[in-house]
Design a protein around this ligand. Sequence first.
Ligand code: PXL
Length: 283
Amino acid sequence: MHQRVAAINDLSGLGRCSLTADIAVLAAMGLECCPLPTAVLTTQTGYPEYRCISLTNHMEDYRLHWAQLGTAFQGILSGYLATPEAADQVEAFLDRFQKPDTLYLCDPVLGDNGHVYRGFSAASIRAMEKLTLRADLLTPNLTEFCILTGTDMDPIFRMGREEPAELFQVLQEKASVYKGKKLVITGIPHSSPEGEHLVTNLVLTEGHSVPLTFPHLGGTYSGTGDVLAAVLLGSQLQGRELIQGARLAGTLIGRAIQSSKKEGTPCNDGINYEPYLFLLRKE
Ligand code: PXL
């Protein structure tokens, strides 16, 4: 059956993130992606400079026009929101389009590597917190999870280096505030007993946690969180288990990072996922 996803995210000219990733991934999975751009940027915000035009004031038009057309969505994804008011607009969008059988994935884009992204204020964080409460599925990276749960980051990152199993346990306990929701905490850096650099995506459902661990190939590439979120939402709509979706995303991202490393792609330019989108096709 044909399925539609409303993707509420920014359009960045360079960085292969947000809507660029949503549209490519969802289309490769056989789903229609309807973009609702929250902002248009020359590049994602990790480049030394960027220009950003916020489209917050335009978001209401999308909601009203789509409502007038009687449009319905099986999935809703929200990601980067340039202003706290954009998060209020997402709430209004959910009030109109989130039905009992709609799957809403909130990717609470706020920061990475222990830092809040440029341009985000305390008000942006509070507005994002409200959205997380309406989500069926959440995909914070470790930094975003700490921001949202008010967790001190230094001990968390230290525990990853020293006692990863304990860290996963702590994260599972802290995730109890999202009871009833599915959660994937992404990009948890840690080490093996032999000192190998690893990264884990922790998949949490109904009190269970499954760590999916990959070698840390180095570098923090733009857009990996967006690719992961879109694959998870797509695979849920295809009726796959969350863990299957997380494995599929891990495979795609791993292949794309290997290719990017081989070609010396700058981290800000994002990963070479395009040649591997075929991995997402479901026969
Ligand atoms: O990939 C997350 C993201 C999305 N959109 C914009 C960003 C970032 C991360 O830096 O800057 C504009």
